[in-house]
Design a protein around this ligand. Structure first.
Ligand SMILES: *Cc1c(COP(=O)(O)O)cnc(C)c1O
Length: 467
């Protein structure tokens, strides 16, 4: 097309004052790259015809294309989303939200030199996880604790440190796969521990463990069946029974607790999940759990228990490969202190789990009215929220949700509506059930309600037709 010939040469464009100002601010390399890419998209838009026919070929317009390209390049690819799924610990959406205090702590240490491995009293070198460990000791009654990058790392490290080339005795009912290809048997193999499976899928008795013990037994292992439950004709061996066997034989007992709750899960459900404190009190020698499941902190793996066992773990060479950074440790310490001093108040995971369903219902009614006024079909119904993240798989948390359908005759199915909510700015993640989009407001914060409403307003106005 002839018009395209009017586009000035790159060198000339960059000499212009507007572009020189950009170069001053962002450097020549980025501005050059983005001007080139901006020109490409401008040419493409003009060639595409339609609205593109009217694009002015002048330096103002080119500058706009350049700036848009720079915006795209500098924007983080991790965009904020509104989680309207009602799944509190949503692994694909980043699991736990940090509390304000935890986020502030991480942000502060990120920008400063800090006393990470420095004992301020003596000026000597210290352990980087000492601060977090001291709060964990206070919270759980453990003699000592260590912190690694996540619980998968904790499992690997504990097995490597305590059961390398030795048998780790575990029930067949507990050979779990957590998702994302984390399988206990695979990790055990990597650690160098030898898997000694006992019992059957649904029943494992103390005598099964007892019979498996030999001179080469390194560890009694119990894995919390986080993301599934064996119900019906089943029997598992309690931690206290295994602890008694451990005491009698001198073989350490390690319990992988998975989510590792510090709170009583009866605060929001009928089911009681063994807490970290209880597991240790029942006699587990060492336990591990996640920082970003029911604890509601950053991604981390916490190892706690007997001093001699934690020492072995901490001094293992793999520790160096698995150690967390200062931001994680700062956020974790702040989260643990909220549990210690405030019973977990202001920790988003806990707040969302215990949120009163009557409050959620009020919020749903308000949103429902707004959606009706925009022309959507909407109704408030009872729904079940989930804690998610492989925690409490059989627990339904009673909640309310707004069930939405597009206007009759709009041609939009529930799946289309769900997709439109996800696309464009301010994505909203929702689910579809029985041909309706379901918005469970348990996981939506107050200030996100506005975002949710404007997203629906845009859809009502048909934005995707013009985008
Ligand atoms: C979630 C889980 C893990 C893995 O923990 P991450 O913190 O996700 O690495 C390991 N074991 C059990 C039993 C779990 O539930």
């Amino acid at each position: 097309m002839d018009r395209l010939r009017n586009i000035p040469k790159l060198d000339l464009i960059l000499k212009d004052d507007r572009f020189q100002a950009l170069i001053q601010k962002y450097g020549e390399k980025l501005v050059k790259l983005c001007t080139r890419e901006g020109l490409d998209s401008m040419r493409a838009a003009i060639l595409a015809g339609g609205e593109g026919e009217n694009i002015n070929i002048d330096l103002d317009t080119i500058c706009c294309f350049t700036k848009r390209c720079m915006d795209d390049k500098s924007r983080s690819s991790l965009v904020n989303v509104v989680n309207a799924t009602g799944v509190v610990i949503h692994t694909n959406l980043g699991r736990s939200l940090l509390s304000e205090k935890a986020a502030e702590a991480a942000s502060r240490v990120a920008r400063n030199y800090v006393s990470l491995e420095f004992d301020m009293e003596t000026g000597d070198r210290g352990h980087r996880d000492e601060a977090a460990a001291s709060v964990i000791r206070e919270l759980t009654g453990a003699e000592d604790a260590a912190v690694v990058n996540n619980n998968a790392a904790a499992v690997l490290l504990v097995l490597a440190a305590l059961s390398k080339d030795k048998d780790a005795v575990v029930s067949r009912g507990e050979l779990v796969e957590i998702g994302g290809s984390f399988r206990i048997p695979d990790v055990m193999e990597l650690s160098g521990a030898k898997l000694k499976e006992v019992g059957t899928t649904n029943r494992t008795r103390l005598s099964d463990y007892e019979k498996a013990i030999s001179d080469n037994t390194g560890l009694l292992l119990k894995v919390h069946t986080s993301n599934y439950r064996i119900v019906g004709f089943n029997e598992e061996t309690a931690i206290s029974d295994l602890a008694e066997l451990s005491g009698r034989t001198g073989i350490p007992l390690y319990v992988d607790l998975g989510s590792g709750s510090l709170m009583d899960t009866r605060d929001f459900s009928d089911e009681h999940e063994e807490t970290v404190q209880e597991a240790l009190k029942s006699g587990a020698g060492i336990v591990s759990f996640s920082g970003d499941k029911l604890l509601g902190g950053p991604q981390a793996g916490i190892i706690a228990g007997r001093r001699d066992l934690v020492d072995k773990v901490r001094n293992h060479p793999l520790m160096r490969a698995l150690r967390p950074d200062k931001m994680t440790l700062a956020a974790l310490e702040a989260t643990l202190k909220s549990w210690l001093h405030e019973g977990g108040d202001h920790i988003p995971v806990r707040e969302m789990l215990v949120k009163d369903k009557a409050v959620i219902r009020e919020e749903c009614i308000r949103l429902c009215d707004r959606l009706l006024s925009m022309g959507f079909e909407a109704i408030v119904r009872e729904v079940s929220s989930a804690s998610g993240g492989g925690t409490l798989p059989t627990v339904d948390i009673p909640s309310y949700g707004v069930h939405v359908r597009a206007k009759e005759g709009s041609g939009l199915s529930a799946d289309d509506l769900k997709t439109l909510l996800r696309l464009g700015e301010d994505p909203v993640i929702a689910r579809v059930a029985r041909d309706e989009v379901v918005l469970d407001l348990r996981t939506v914060r107050e200030w996100e309600m506005e975002i949710l409403e404007s997203k629906f307003a845009l859809i009502a106005n048909g934005w995707w037709k013009y985008a």
